[in-house]
Design a protein around this ligand. Structure first.
Ligand code: ATP
Ligand code: FE
Length: 338
């Protein structure tokens, strides 16, 4: 995370080096804090997919090494499944099945979590992930210079700039896919609308790409608003599909939102309005559990351990995967049913 913020993005070999240098200490510190020895744990859970192969390799090799040394079973974890299940750690009243929206730096997924290891994938982004758009636009708008931050992510910076808007409705960007009846997402169109506006401003005022364009805060508010509207619109489609197919009992409808972008209070407020209208409960884990963290991987391990799912002692069968879909793809069915 630190490298990502310092370099404006993740650089795979640097990330791998940092993983290699830190993994032993991170595990030792966690055990020390929990007052446990490795002999006392039941199993070792490690992320094996999806993600940067260079980083996944380090974690998976070390996880296997611990399993061999202490004679423990291995629990391979899907990064997005872990984002989805964190909410159950924070709020034990959340039962399967529930609707889950995962909005992060690399993904935008809408699914029904039917069980620890059973997801129905209803929609995903055709292009950029929302966190990716925020990170790119924060860089393009030089928000680091304007807000004088070094520790904020791009998404936080956009949220902060948007909160300072003098006219949040100045930019009336058009939400995408309004006429499509599925649950997929697309953010590239709105990102391009923003970029076109920036280029036009640079031309109009004779600014170099290093300069800061006027009205940045209003532009951030416009981008945040249109992306929130789009997210809510597509999630509503998902809720309608779930009702049509009786996928979620009507007396305990829950929408879980997680992933780094779920930290955004404006997005959460939009989803809350939608949930109120559709009689859903909105569940959002605390910020530090929405963005990447080790606890969610450990929790996913506990969920799988309790359900006795995917635990293995055959370490040679474990492989990492750069990309991996989450669950059964029902997107075609959603499109036809709605
Ligand atoms: P993935 O989970 O898809 O592999 P990732 O692990 O890189 O991607 P996360 O750690 O879950 O993503 O989230 C990081 C993303 O969340 C970044 O793109 C960041 O800009 C975004 N983000 C963090 N805080 C906020 C916020 N307050 N508003 C909007 N976006 C935010
Ligand atoms: Fe993540």
């Amino acid at each position: 995370m630190l490298t990502s913020k310092m370099h404006g993005g993740i650089i795979p070999p640097i990330a791998q080096d940092l993983h290699r240098k830190n993994i032993e200490n991170v595990v030792a510190d966690a055990l020390k804090e929990a007052n446990l020895s490795c002999n006392e744990v039941d199993a070792i859970a490690t992320t094996v997919k999806p993600g940067l192969p260079l980083s996944l390799t380090i974690g998976t090799k070390y996880g296997k090494h611990l399993c061999r040394t202490y004679n423990k079973p291995f629990i391979p974890i899907h990064h997005m499944e872990a984002h989805a299940l964190t909410a159950r750690m924070h709020d034990s009243t959340i039962e399967f099945p529930f609707l889950v929206l995962l909005i992060s730096g690399g993904h935008c997924l809408l699914a029904i979590a039917q069980d620890v290891d059973k997801f129905l994938l209803m929609g995903q982004s055709f292009d950029d992930a929302p966190g990716e758009v925020f990170d790119k636009m924060a860089r393009r708008l030089k928000l680091k210079d304007i807000l004088e931050y070094s520790e904020m992510s791009g998404g936080q910076a956009i949220e902060c700039a948007a909160s300072k808007a003098t006219n949040p409705l100045e930019f009336n960007f058009t939400p995408t896919l309004l006429r499509y009846r599925d649950c997929n997402f697309s953010f590239a169109g709105n990102k391009n609308q923003c970029v076109r506006h920036i280029l036009a401003q640079e031309r109009k005022h004779g600014l170099s790409p290093d300069a800061i364009i006027p009205g940045v805060n209003n532009l951030c508010a416009g981008l945040l608003l249109v992306m929130t509207r789009h997210l809510c619109h597509r999630v509503q489609r998902g809720m309608e599909y779930a009702a049509l197919k009786h996928l979620i009992p009507s007396d305990r409808r829950t929408l879980v939102v997680s992933g780094g972008v779920a930290c955004n209070n404006f997005v959460a407020a939009g989803l809350q309005v939608l949930c109120d209208g559709m009689e859903y409960k909105l569940a959002r884990p605390p910020h530090k559990l929405c963005t990447d963290n080790g606890v969610m991987i450990a929790w996913n391990g506990i969920e799988r351990w309790r359900a006795n799912k995917g635990i293995t002692t055959d370490l040679d069968s474990i492989t990492i995967e750069k990309s991996s879909p989450l669950g059964e793809d029902v997107r075609k069915d959603v499109e036809l049913a709605n």
